[in-house]
Design a protein around this ligand. Structure first.
Ligand SMILES: Nc1ncnc2c1ncn2[C@@H]1O[C@H](COP(=O)(O)OP(=O)(O)OP(=O)(O)O)[C@@H](O)[C@H]1O
Length: 676
């Protein structure tokens, strides 16, 4: 994705809005004691931010019963218009949710008044000896909204993730039970994923501590036991393996994001690549398990090294639903086998964990899904399991199975801990170092600018350009580091997330000096801060990611020129070291990307050379033309002189002819007179 000219010759590590994560390790968090908190259930408020997140000692397990009759055909939250469902006319029309469908079908689950128990309705057939009532942390009935679910059961997880705890939301349930509807939602009713994302950025704005945040997003799916990167769409499966510090996911793309809209844009691009197909139960059935993961790093704003840099993740998982494979076509049947098998492994893992015997083997390695979920299920993270239930009698058996799974999962213990990372391993620290490097170079460039005030105009312009590019590189990178503001600073609706620090003001001054356009108030900032209720997710789109990469590429090219001018070779061990540091392990994608960038640089250089050649050729042509013109005008002058001369001669001749004629006529008259 990153477009740039030859890799920076300034000893810079590549700056990118996306990070291809060549060897990402998810470290299983250590066990530790944690104190329960007192967070409320509304969205993050400034008061609440100062309190400890509400940590659960067991997996929080909720169920949501979807309405009997459902609205189909509305565009999903991350769906592009072109992805709209085409089977609209074949599906039932929207009807108000109720306890009985138009066809006289009834909901077979009653929810207790305290909202914690789902019991099989008396009007439905019961099986002797089977449990018919299930008590969970919360059961959301048919009338519930995703917003209520988010506020009551999900919001505290987001808070925990922002404060350094690995957190996971997992949607489980049979096919067509409403998992995707609850996780992604629609434009009118956003799901848990967009609500979580909004809340993460709101948290940054309103956090009581003065912290800097860096957030990245990745998006993958597990399809037929292959992991696929939905952000790149590269068909080759992503490989995972166990490293010394935990699970390693090789080559997964991560995009650095600075606003909810950035994340939505990234997910929208991945949405079209998700495996979705029509089954006998669901016209838009997810044929894969999907995992949206936000990587959150934060440090105190004063930039103290070795202080508490937190690195956590918020994983949002939409599982494919269990289904009866018999009723589907061949392709769907094969997919269904994979789906059911991996869900069975998940069931086994949950069963083993719920028994609490630490000596029993836990079959995490038996499926890609459970391997990916291992860090979330290992006990040191926070997790909310959402079991989606179809209310129909025909789905009663499956619903019982889902409730059984939920009851088992509820027994799994967890003791979440804050994850502290080595500064050196965090992207946030890398960016900070990068910015410090750029600032140093900016100082040098400005110094140089001062020294060459007397030199010819051309050279000065070049230095101005360098300074301009350095300033804009710093600003671009700084925009990706999100800064919280202490609670006594009022937050105005369209204020910046990042408080303008002295250094930023200096950059602005530099831009003013150079009479440049400051693009720091671009749409991405507005998107972060737009607080109009309801409009937040539809706020102004951010600057196009690709354009940003191209711009960064340009900057790097220019920085390369600066290095060249300073006489520093690319083979310089320092430069090599920096470049190596930037990419400790070079994946095929990175090598390809570097090749691509190199190719672009060569093209740019060739174009520049061509332009130069063109320009000097034109100049020589112009000079020749000037000379020619001069000569022509000289000739013209002579011609004019000659013409004037000739005209004069002509006039004289005409006068002479006239005189001769007169003389002749006189002679003729005299002659006639004489003859007479
Ligand atoms: N709470 C709800 N309110 C309105 N419509 C809903 C609700 N839950 C689900 N639906 C609708 O039911 C249909 C099936 O839901 P959805 O696709 O979310 O199921 P799923 O569990 O993700 O299925 P699968 O596992 O096959 O992907 C969709 O048309 C969806 O819009």
């Amino acid at each position: 994705m990153q477009k740039a000219s030859k890799l920076p010759s300034l000893g810079l590590r590549p700056i990118s809005t996306d990070r291809s994560n060549d060897a990402k390790s998810i470290q299983p968090p250590r066990r530790n004691d944690s104190s329960p908190g007192t967070a409320t259930t509304a969205s993050v408020s400034s008061k609440e931010s100062s309190e400890k997140p509400q940590l659960k000692t067991n997996i929080e397990v909720c169920a949501r019963i979807r309405p009997l009759e459902i609205q189909t055909g509305s565009a999903g939250f991350f769906e592009a218009p072109s992805q709209r469902r085409r089977t609209l006319s074949k599906l039932p029309k929207k009807q108000a949710p109720g306890t009985m469908s138009k066809q006289g079908e009834i909901c077979c689950w009653d929810v207790s008044e305290d909202g914690e128990t789902a019991a099989q309705s008396e009007n439905t057939e019961t099986v002797t000896g089977r449990t018919n009532s299930f008590t969970l942390d919360k059961v959301y009935g048919m009338q519930s909204t995703t917003r209520q679910l988010y506020d009551n059961s999900c919001h505290s997880l987001v808070k925990a993730a922002m404060e350094g705890y690995h957190s996971t939301v997992l949607a489980y349930g049979q096919t067509a039970s409403g998992k995707t509807h609850t996780m992604s939602g629609t434009k009118d009713s956003p799901g848990l994923i967009p609500l979580c994302i909004e809340d993460c950025f709101r948290y940054v704005r309103e956090c009581q501590e003065s912290r800097e945040y860096m957030i990245r997003v990745s998006y993958l799916e597990v399809y037929k036991e292959h992991i696929r990167d939905l952000l790149t769409g590269i068909p080759q499966p992503i490989r995972i393996f166990d490293g010394p510090k935990g699970l390693i996911i090789r080559g997964l793309k991560e995009v650095v994001v600075s606003s909810p809209q950035d994340v939505f844009d990234a997910l929208k691009s991945g949405e079209g690549r998700r495996q979705v197909g029509s089954t006998h139960m669901n016209s838009q059935s997810s044929r894969s398990h999907t995992l949206v993961r936000l990587w959150i790093e934060s440090t105190p704003s004063d930039g103290r090294k070795g202080s508490s840099t937190r690195a956590s993740s918020l994983s949002l998982v939409d599982l494919a639903g269990s289904e009866s494979v018999k009723l589907n076509g061949l392709e769907r049947r094969e997919e269904g086998h994979y789906i059911n098998k991996s869900l069975m492994t998940l069931g086994q893992v949950v069963l083993t964990l719920s028994e609490g015997n630490t000596k029993t083997h836990i079959p995490f390695r038996d499926s890609k899904l459970t391997r990916l979920l291992q860090p979330s299920l290992s006990g040191n993270a926070q997790m909310m399991l959402l079991c989606c239930i179809s209310p129909q009698v025909s789905h009663l058996e499956e619903s019982h199975n889902t409730f059984k799974f939920a009851t088992r999962a509820k027994k799994i213990k967890q003791k979440a801990i804050v994850n502290v990372a080595d500064d050196e391993n965090t992207l946030l620290q890398n960016y900070r170092d990068e910015i410090a490097d750029l600032r140093k170079q900016l100082e040098e460039a400005k110094q140089q600018q001062r020294l060459i005030k007397e030199v010819p105009f051309d050279h000065k312009e070049e230095t101005d350009e360098e300074v301009k590019e350095l300033v804009s590189a710093i600003k671009t990178m700084e925009r990706l580091i999100l800064k919280s503001r202490p609670h006594h600073t009022p937050v105005t609706p369209r204020a910046r997330v990042a408080s303008p620090r002295a250094s930023e003001m200096m950059l602005d001054d530099t831009l003013d000096e150079l009479n440049l356009q400051d693009d720091s108030d671009d749409d991405s900032q507005v998107a972060i801060l737009s607080t109009t209720p309801g409009n937040e997710m539809l706020s102004t789109p951010t600057k196009d990611e690709e354009a940003l990469s191209i711009e960064l590429g340009r900057i790097r090219g220019l920085l390369g020129t600066v290095l060249k001018k300073k006489g520093i070779s690319e083979d310089d061990p320092y430069i090599q070291k920096s470049l190596d540091f930037a990419s400790p392990v070079r994946s095929p994608e990175m090598v390809r990307e570097v090749e691509h960038l190199r190719h672009q640089l060569e093209e740019q250089e060739a174009n520049t050379n061509l332009r130069k050649a063109d320009s000097s050729f034109l100049q020589s042509q112009l000079r020749e033309k000037d000379q020619l013109l001069e000569e022509v005008s000289k000739v013209l002058e002579q011609v004019e002189l000659r013409q004037a001369e000739l005209e004069r001669e002509n006039a004289a001749l005409r006068a002479e002819a006239f005189a001769l004629k007169a003389k002749l006529s006189r002679h003729e008259t005299d002659y006639e007179c004489a003859n007479v």
